[in-house]
Design a binder for this molecule. Structure first.
Ligand code: ADP
Ligand code: MG
Length: 393
């Protein structure tokens, strides 16, 4: 990455505004999964040890410019304070006199958490006034919110115009892992793409098809590829208007000598549910009244073998409707292969990360991206606005 990071600047004694991604799931007023808070700890600890005065800003959920009491960051402050083993002062505002006073009275190493920035209507519009008001709190800006780096908002982009702006350690790490995989992968490079729809991931598919050695397709999107080969897919998820896209990607794979693997067998049922009779059929024998909801065991084994030969594996998109027990096996086999392989393994995508967590394999994956949408944008080869706004090295 050619961007300055917090390691390149002096922060001792300075008020530092850090955009973090504390967009965590809540349940009964508590943080249900603190992965994203933990992911921000290296930067926060680094700043504390360096004697900075730390002002954290994040969004949570989609309050759409209004104060939504259930989306206040209080539970986040509580959890963060436990993880840091220090008091985190949480405000009910993000800007204005109260925030300025609190910021000005910080001691070196102290941590202040501002209120959910999306309570302000200006945030998602990248309003310069809001950016300016945020910037007034600090002397330096650090973006460590990889999960929102694909959005041009006041706290991710606008504020960088008013302060020296550099990357945090998480942002740096995400870009290094994803960037190295994309730009200088250890080969063979295998991409496993699944999830619901082709339409979400056309550009990622196209971009990876010209980069990888093996492209593995599963999940709902596989059926549009199968349909492009003239296979009847019954009631499976089929994007009729994307059949030509699928055909083009198959051509592209051939042109680039990329091995493209599609399911040979699938698990079919009448609907995605937990208590539903399911059976394994060959892809050319999907009953017209059934839908394919997972890759079959033969396919899963074939995919696992391909993964075991890889030096770099990128996994985005579950192989089936893994939320339901009868359709979880394909994703589990593939995730296990990822965990068992000695390759650099990278997982991007919210549901993919959830699947890895569900199977308890997180510790065996090289890098699980904290940003679903941002990781996909990056893999499309697009510049992330939150990154572009930072100073070059
Ligand atoms: P990610 O968040 O990792 O990028 P996606 O959001 O693209 O993944 O896809 C995840 C969703 O795809 C899951 O909700 C899963 O149930 C669904 N899915 C996977 N396979 C199928 C299938 N064969 N039919 C319908 N839905 C599927
Ligand atoms: Mg998803």
């Amino acid at each position: 990455m050619a961007k300055k990071t917090l390691r390149n600047i002096q922060v001792a004694g300075k008020r530092v505004l850090v955009r973090v991604d504390f967009n965590v799931p809540l349940q009964d007023g508590q943080v249900a999964d603190d992965t994203r808070i933990r992911a921000a700890l290296p930067t926060i600890r680094f700043l504390r040890e360096s004697g900075a005065k730390i002002i954290l800003v994040s969004h949570l959920g989609r309050p759409k410019g209004k104060i939504v009491p259930e989306l206040r960051l209080n539970p986040v402050a509580e959890r963060l304070s436990e993880l840091l083993e220090t008091r985190v002062n949480k405000l009910d505002v993000s800007i204005g006199p109260e925030a300025q006073t609190a910021a000005a009275s910080l001691n070196n190493g102290e941590v202040l958490l501002l209120e959910n920035i999306r309570f302000y209507p200006g945030e998602e519009k990248n309003c310069p006034q809001l950016a300016h008001d945020l910037a007034q709190l600090a002397e330096v800006y650090i973006n460590d919110a990889f999960g929102t780096a694909h959005r041009a908002h006041s706290s991710t982009v606008g504020v960088a115009a008013f302060l020296p702006a550099v990357a945090g350690l998480l942002l740096e790490q995400e870009l290094k892992m994803l960037g190295d995989a994309l730009n200088k992968p250890k080969r063979p490079f295998v991409a496993v793409l699944g999830g619901a729809k082709i339409s979400d991931k056309i550009i990622v598919l196209e971009n990876l098809t010209t980069t990888v050695d093996i492209l593995i397709i599963g999940g709902g999107m596989a059926f549009t590829f199968l349909a492009a080969q003239g296979i009847e897919v019954g009631r499976s998820l089929l994007e009729k208007n994307k059949i030509t896209v699928a055909a083009r990607i198959m051509d592209l794979a051939q042109e680039h000598n990329v091995q493209l693997l599609l399911p040979q067998d699938v698990v079919v049922a009448s609907e995605p549910a937990n208590e539903v009779p399911a059976e394994v059929v060959a892809v050319d024998a999907i009953p017209t009244d059934q839908m394919g909801l997972d890759i079959g065991p033969r396919t899963a084994q074939q995919y696992a073998r391909a993964i075991s030969q890889a030096k770099t594996v990128f996994f985005n998109g579950p192989m089936g409707a893994f939320e339901y027990t009868p359709f979880a096996a394909g994703t589990k086999t593939v995730a296990q292969a990822l965990a068992d392989s000695a390759a650099i393994s990278i997982v991007g995508g919210g549901d993919s990360a959830a699947a890895i967590a569900k199977f308890g394999l997180g510790a065996k994956i090289t890098h699980i991206s904290t940003g679903g949408g941002a990781a996909l944008k990056f893999l499309e080869g697009k510049e992330l606005p939150g990154l572009a706004a930072l100073e070059d090295e």
